[in-house]
Design a protein around this ligand. Structure first.
Ligand SMILES: [Mg+2]
Length: 373
């Protein structure tokens, strides 16, 4: 089996809002083979930048676009192909957007591998520990306490036993920060799990003050309180915080996670499959389990990545929550024929070959911006 074509497609909803929500567009990679199979993958990054990383022509031996590295290769050799891509992009890659482009390709290769062997990806990764996982509704804060409380009530009524609120307007001042968290707790009631995603807004000392105040509202974790590169700040904070500290969604690839893991900087490591792919995420899982910390997915895009996240998270023995983006975007809900959505607060792990989802081609045509091959 050989790769014959690597198609890159960008989809976008007509009206993109200025908010921290990556479910407003999508970049898909479709890897096709000489025996008629197709694997699909997705990156969560700037779609046009991912596309450039794939389309770019050869410049020199360590600065090369990804497509030409893959055509003619055997798609089953996922580890070797990851290393081939990594080495051939060292001048322009190693972190961030190039790794996200590689992640989308890697996701598509594992989808192909699953289809080739007739097995779900979680089995090829070593086996599933869970048939379903408790989902948390992941959504942005309202503009103030009252609107945040209404959002909390809505998703609690929808059956979720856990809800996460994130990003703006957190970080403007202490009173508003506490008002948002208090209102979220009020809206959820005493029983539900409340998670808070600060959105990289504080220095470590301020974050510790907030963690102490938020502890009164029994939050399940405080996510991304600091700038992603402040690893020492995370280590300092985790040693002192009364609530668990979570982060990791900014990180792309094993090298990006290495510092956080080696310095025991977090309680919960959040791995985004559309920013790491299966090959790297499987390695990161082993390293995090080795240090006795917890793992969760990060996912704020389409059902392609939702399915990928489930295949990976179910291989984590201690998986305890699944991030389920509940943004009201058609890309989150309608991109695939199979709906991958939580029911009564639980989400089922797909069990069909590969990712177990297929693209709704009519939907793809409707939202397609540009395509290259
Ligand atoms: Mg987050």
């Amino acid at each position: 089996m050989k790769i014959t074509k690597l198609i890159c497609q960008i989809l976008r909803i007509p009206h993109v809002e200025h908010k921290t929500a990556s479910s407003q567009d999508s970049v898909l990679v479709r890897v096709q083979t000489d025996n008629g199979l197709e694997g699909i993958g997705e990156a969560d990054s700037s779609p046009e930048m991912v596309k450039a990383a794939i389309d770019a022509p050869f410049s020199h031996n360590i600065a090369c676009g990804l497509r030409q590295l893959l055509v003619g290769e055997n798609p089953l050799e996922t580890d070797r192909l990851w290393q081939k891509m990594y080495r051939a992009t060292m001048y322009c890659g190693r972190r961030s957007v190039m790794i996200t482009a590689m992640a989308a390709i890697d996701m598509a290769l594992w989808d192909l591998k699953g289809k080739h062997f007739g097995e779900p990806i979680h089995r090829l990764l070593g086996g599933s520990f869970h048939s379903r996982i408790k989902a948390y509704a992941s959504i942005l804060f309202g503009a103030d306490g009252a609107r945040t409380r209404a959002i909390a009530e809505k998703w609690r009524a929808n059956g979720y036993q856990a809800v996460k609120f994130g990003w703006e307007p957190m970080g403007q001042n202490e009173n508003l920060d506490v008002e948002l968290v208090a209102a979220a707790r009020q809206g959820l009631g005493d029983e539900a799990t409340l998670l808070i995603d600060a959105g990289c807004v504080w220095d470590a000392r301020t974050a510790l003050q907030r963690a102490n105040r938020f502890a009164d509202y029994r939050i399940g974790w405080l996510e991304e309180p600091l700038q992603p590169d402040d690893v020492e700040g995370y280590r300092w904070l985790r040693d002192r915080s009364p609530v668990p500290i979570a982060a990791g969604e900014e990180e792309c690839g094993r090298q990006a996670f290495a510092d956080l893991i080696n310095r025991r900087a977090l309680d919960v490591y959040q791995v985004d499959l559309s920013r790491n792919g299966f090959t790297e995420s499987a390695y990161i899982r082993q390293r995090v389990e080795e240090i006795g910390a917890r793992l969760c997915n990060h996912c704020y895009t389409s059902p392609v990545t939702v399915a990928a996240s489930l295949h990976w998270l179910t291989t984590c023995r201690d998986a305890f929550l699944f991030e389920d983006c509940v943004e009201d975007s058609p890309l989150r809900n309608e991109l695939t024929t199979e709906k991958v959505q939580a029911k009564d607060g639980w989400i089922t792990v797909p069990d069909r070959p590969g990712l177990g989802v297929s693209l709704d081609e009519e939907f793809v045509r409707r939202f397609l911006i540009v395509s290259s091959e």
